[in-house]
Design a protein around this ligand. Structure first.
Ligand SMILES: [Cu+2]
Length: 139
């Protein structure tokens, strides 16, 4: 029974999530939450098995795409624009709710579960990595 559960979990996670690799950099399971609004956010875990690199930009087919970091300031959650994100040598960066995220602005229509949002991560050393954020329902 235990093995069946493990197998089902593995099948489930492989349906919506994919990893993307470029040299020493791996972007794990990029995802977004469904939205009816004019903006959406993208999340992933990024690991680096090599020397330090810099995430210089994220590009996608929306009017504005930025890297943001959510921070608590005087008890209020604010979003700050980050022009770059340093990727430490043999390190890991978490893009997730309440922290770093890719902000997509000026959406024509919302995102629904199962949509795939194409984007490209531009690294200073590694180059460009095309990924897809899979849209899931906010838990
Ligand atoms: Cu933001």
């Amino acid at each position: 029974m235990k093995y069946l559960v493990v197998a089902l979990v593995m099948i489930y996670s492989s349906v919506w999530a994919e990893d993307y690799k470029l040299g020493d950099i791996t972007v794990i399971e990029p995802f977004s939450y469904s939205t009816n609004g004019r903006s959406g956010a993208g999340y992933f875990t990024l690991t680096n098995d090599g020397p330090a690199d810099i995430l210089m930009a994220v590009t996608a087919d929306f009017p504005r795409v930025m890297i943001h970091e959510s921070l608590m300031q005087d008890g209020v959650m604010t979003m700050q624009h980050r022009t770059i994100v340093e990727v430490p040598e043999r390190g890991e960066i978490e893009f997730g709710p309440g922290g770093y995220h890719v902000m997509f602005m000026g959406l024509d229509e919302g995102w629904a579960e199962g949509d795939e949002i194409e984007a490209s991560l531009q690294f200073k050393n590694a180059g460009a990595l095309d990924i897809k954020f899979v849209v899931i329902v906010r838990p």
